[in-house]
Design a protein around this ligand. Structure first.
Ligand code: PLP
Length: 398
C-alpha cells in the first residue's frame, strides 16, 4: 500500500490541482482586447450579442445580460413580483445566493429537502411546504443535473407559482432534449470563473414571457426606460428625455466581459464534451468502490456536470470526511465541499432557522466532496485525481 503524503509518503503529483478553473485561450483575450480598443466598453454591441447568443443557444425567447449570477437571481425575483409577506421555496444544498435573493426582496426563504440520491430539490418536499403565501420556487440544477422539470412545472401550475431555475451550474445541460434556459419561467446563469463558461464575472436571466422580460430590463438598469412606448408621461420634452418608472439597480455587465462570454459560448459544446469525458472516466473508476457513493441521474437529464461529487460511505472508512479531505490535499488534489446547507450559517440561524430542517440534505452534506472537474484538465490530471482517491480510500478502508 502506498504511504499517504500526509504520513510522509510521496504525493501522487507535484503541483496542486483545484476543483475548478477557467479555460481562457488567445482568441478570448483578443475578443476582450478588441472591445477595449473600441468606443464602447459598456452598454455597447457586445452586450446585445451576448443576449442574442444565449437566446440562440438555449432557445429562450429573451435573455438579459447582467453583472453576475446573484444579480440575475435578484432580477428574476423582482420580475416574479416577490415581495414582503411572500414565501419562496428553495433548496438548502446550494450557494447562499439562491436563498439570499429571496431575502433581498423582503420575502421568506422556505427550505425543501432534496432527493436522497440525485441531491436535487425533491418535488414531494416542495409540495409539503406550500402555503397560501408561497409565491415561487427557486430550483437549482445542483452540480449541473437538471431538476425534475415535469413535476416542478405541474406543482407550479397547480398552485399558481413562478418557477425560477438557478442554473448557475446548468448551462449546457438538457432536459428531455431541451436546453436548460428554455424551460422554467425564469432561468439564471452565472459566468464566474469556476462555472462552465466565464466572463470573469457575469450573469444572465432568460425567459419566454414578454411581461417578465420587460420587468427584467427595468430591474437591471435603475428602472429607467428610454422607450417612448413604456413612458408614462410621453409625449416627452426632447431626445434627452428618459423616465424612471420602477425602482431598479445597476446590474449592467461591461462590453468586454460580454465579449469574453460570447467568445466562450463558441466553445461551450467543446467544454461540455470535455467535462462528459472526464465524468465517464471517474464513473468507471469509482463505480465499483463500496467506499464511494456516486450521485444518481434522472433519465431526463443529459448532464453537463459543473461539479463532480464523491460521497464518502463513512461506515466503510476508518476516517472522517475532514481526514479524507486533508489526505487528498496532501496528495496535492485540492477538493472543496459544495455546500454547507444554507440555513446552517449564523445569519440564517439568527433569522430563526434551525438545524435538522432538511435531514436528507444534512446527511448528504456530511459525506460529500467535490473533486477536480474542468475541461482543461489533462489525461494525466484526471488519472492523478483517480489515483489520489484510490490511494486515500485504500489507506482508510475498514
Ligand atoms: C455561483 C452561483 C451563484 C452566484 O453566481 P455569481 O455569479 O457568483 O454571483 C448562484 N447560485 C449558484 C448555485 C451558484 O453556484
Amino acid at each position: 500500500m502506498e504511504k499517504l503524503a500526509l504520513n510522509g509518503g510521496y504525493p501522487v503529483r507535484a503541483g496542486k490541482i483545484y476543483y475548478g478553473r477557467q479555460w481562457i485561450e488567445e482568441d478570448d483575450i483578443e475578443a476582450v482586447a478588441e472591445v477595449l480598443r473600441s468606443s464602447f466598453i459598456t452598454c455597447g454591441p457586445k452586450v446585445e450579442e451576448m443576449e442574442r447568443t444565449l437566446e440562440a443557444y438555449t432557445g429562450a425567447k429573451y435573455a438579459v445580460a447582467v453583472s453576475n449570477g446573484t444579480a440575475a437571481l435578484h432580477c428574476a425575483c423582482l420580475a416574479a413580483g416577490i415581495g414582503p409577506g411572500d414565501e419562496v421555496i428553495t433548496t438548502p444544498l446550494t450557494f447562499a445566493a439562491s436563498a439570499n435573493c429571496i431575502l433581498y426582496c423582503g420575502a421568506k426563504p422556505v427550505f425543501a429537502d432534496v432527493c436522497p440520491d440525485t441531491y436535487n430539490i425533491d418535488p414531494d418536499s416542495i409540495r409539503a411546504h406550500i402555503t397560501d403565501r408561497t409565491k415561487a420556487v427557486i430550483a437549482v440544477d445542483f452540480s449541473g443535473q437538471a431538476v425534475s422539470h415535469k413535476e416542478i412545472r405541474e406543482i407550479c401550475e397547480k398552485f399558481n407559482l413562478i418557477f425560477i431555475e438557478d442554473a448557475a451550474h446548468g448551462i449546457g445541460t438538457k432536459y428531455d432534449g431541451a436546453p436548460i434556459g428554455s424551460l422554467a419561467d425564469l432561468t439564471t446563469f452565472s459566468f464566474h470563473p469556476v462555472k462552465t463558461i466565464t466572463g470573469g464575472e457575469g450573469g444572465a436571466v432568460l425567459t419566454n414571457r414578454e411581461e417578465l422580460y420587460r420587468k427584467l430590463v427595468l430591474a437591471h438598469t435603475h428602472g429607467i426606460t428610454h422607450s417612448e412606448a413604456l413612458m408614462e408621461e410621453a409625449p416627452h420634452e426632447g431626445p434627452w428625455y428618459y423616465e424612471q418608472i420602477a425602482l431598479g439597480y445597476n446590474y449592467r455587465i461591461t462590453d468586454f466581459q460580454a465579449a469574453l462570454i460570447v467568445s466562450q459560448m463558441k466553445k461551450l459544446d467543446r467544454f461540455v464534451s470535455g467535462r462528459k469525458e472526464i465524468v465517464t472516466k471517474y464513473e468507471e473508476a469509482f463505480s465499483n468502490m463500496p467506499e464511494i457513493i456516486l450521485q444518481k441521474e434522472i433519465p431526463e437529464s443529459d448532464t453537463c456536470r459543473h461539479l463532480y461529487l464523491i460521497r464518502l460511505n463513512l461506515e466503510k472508512l476508518r476516517c472522517s470526511r475532514r481526514e479524507f479531505f486533508d489526505a487528498m490535499a496532501g496528495e496535492n488534489v485540492q477538493c472543496q465541499i459544495h455546500y454547507v446547507p444554507v440555513y446552517w450559517f449564523p445569519y440564517y440561524r439568527k433569522l430563526g432557522y434551525e438545524l435538522g430542517l432538511c435531514p436528507r440534505a444534512e446527511e448528504i452534506y456530511k459525506g460529500i466532496m467535490s473533486i477536480p472537474l474542468y475541461p482543461a484538465m489533462t489525461d494525466q490530471d484526471v488519472s492523478d485525481v483517480i489515483h489520489a482517491v484510490k490511494k486515500v480510500v485504500e489507506n482508510y478502508r475498514r
